[in-house]
Design a binder for this molecule. Structure first.
Ligand SMILES: *Cc1c(COP(=O)(O)O)cnc(C)c1O
Length: 404
């Protein structure tokens, strides 16, 4: 049974007031709020078994190492990776993508082609542009349609024997569109191209199965799924992780070091130089346990209800324009009210305790496509309620009256 009132009690921040009003937090696509169990696990680690991992023979170090490696296995199970060393722990999606982009420097040559989509976050554009500058590879872009979907026929036309790598997000953070990634992956494989899926925006709502998807890489950030900031992961197929050179040099990633030559450690350590965010990784595992205890099917069904409820209410407002009207969407609504700047709406409703995002959402190419400076984005999570949506709609109507 999905009991939102019971779930809300797990999130202390939902009790606070903002500008004298109860907080209505609709900026979940930027980062999620945190359940008490996740925060408790961080305090527990630092209070009871804080030590560096993989190095010490002493008890605390062994306990910390065990907890860290148990978290890796929780993540492996969550994503259904075949092997635990295919899960590389990183500081987040941005770090993960840069790791792969950097590694491909040695695998691409002049005039090879790589394909991105028009719906990407800057994190999944800029590292690849930098890669193309370094290697002379050519960046191609899958165009989008007015509904905020990818043009799959046009994608088919871009693919060729020259295509080496395709990178698209599973869900768009700016519009909420769920992309047909299985199809995108299969089509790339027809040309033996590798595929990286940016799952930062999908993983709070969908539990992906990386073996079924058959992608080469899949990445996410813990902070968007009830975990701490500064932690994330990248799944990579073992054969591909073996092909890529290490990203950073340092401690923990070596097998042997002399001044003549260094040999690298086995996976996953080859990609985990230095002391990681130990408490954060353990807490990421706890956050996944927490979300799985609620159930991703229940989460998706409930959030979908919120999405439809809010969409219908918004469309009753005169001069409302919604961006991203794909049938397959997570609970993200990007909109503008004609004649009003999104920033002004965001500022007024903040005074009423409501947190939404305004601007380009790190996806400027999408805003350019619609020829707008930005949108107001309301993004819901499983701890939000229809009552909060009612408060939000009322606040919007008030802001609109003040600004028109
Ligand atoms: C949030 C987000 C990112 C960046 O994640 P970080 O945690 O800031 O590294 C990348 N892609 C998408 C689709 C996102 O939503």
């Amino acid at each position: 049974m999905f009991d939102v009132e019971k779930i809300r009690k797990d999130f202390p921040i939902l009790n606070r007031k903002v500008n004298g009003k109860p907080l209505v937090y609709f900026d979940n696509a930027a980062t999620s709020q945190k359940p008490q169990v996740m925060m408790d696990s961080i305090v527990d680690y630092y209070s009871n078994f804080n030590a560096n991992i993989h190095r010490g023979v002493h008890t605390l170090s062994q306990e910390a190492t065990n907890a860290y490696e148990e978290a890796r296995i929780k993540i492996q199970n969550h994503f259904n990776a075949a092997k635990s060393h295919e899960i590389i722990l990183t500081s987040g999606t941005t770090h993960s993508i840069n790791m792969v982009a950097s590694g491909f420097s040695s695998l691409l040559k002049h005039e090879d082609e790589v394909i991105v989509s028009a719906l990407e976050h800057h994190s999944n554009i800029v590292p690849w542009q930098m890669l193309c500058e370094r290697t002379g590879a050519v960046l191609k872009v899958i165009p989008m349609t007015l509904k905020g979907e990818l043009d799959i026929d046009a994608y088919g036309d871009l693919l060729s024997e020259k295509t080496k790598l395709v990178f698209v997000n599973h869900v768009s953070n700016a519009l909420g569109t769920v992309n047909p990634i299985k199809k995108i992956i299969d089509m790339a494989h027809d040309y033996a191209a590798a595929v990286l899926i940016d799952g930062a925006q999908a993983t709070p709502h969908i539990k992906p199965d990386v073996q079924e998807l058959d992608c080469e890489f899949y990445t996410c950030s813990a902070h968007k799924l009830c975990g701490p900031t500064g932690v994330g992961m990248i799944y990579g197929k073992e054969s591909w992780l073996n092909k890529l050179p290490p990203y950073q040099g340092g401690g923990e990633m070596i097998s042997e070091v002399t001044f003549e030559k260094t040999t690298y450690a086995e996976l996953p350590h080859k990609f985990e130089a230095g002391t990681p965010n130990i408490a954060g990784v353990i807490a990421f595992g706890v956050a996944l346990d927490y979300m799985n205890s609620i159930g991703f099917n229940q989460i998706a069904a409930y959030e979908n209800e919120l999405l439809h409820y809010a969409t219908n209410k918004l469309l009753e407002i005169d001069k409302m324009v919604l961006y991203g009207t794909s049938k397959e969407k997570t609970a993200v609504i990007s909109f503008n009210i004609e004649g009003i700047h999104p920033y002004d709406i965001g500022s007024i409703i903040d005074k009423l305790g409501i947190a939404v995002r305004t601007g380009h959402h790190c996806a400027q190419p999408i805003m350019d496509y619609y020829k707008i400076p930005g949108t107001v984005r309301a993004s819901f999570s499983f701890y939000n309620t229809k009552e909060e949506i009612d408060i939000f709609i009322e606040a919007l109507i008030r802001a609109k009256t003040m600004l028109s």
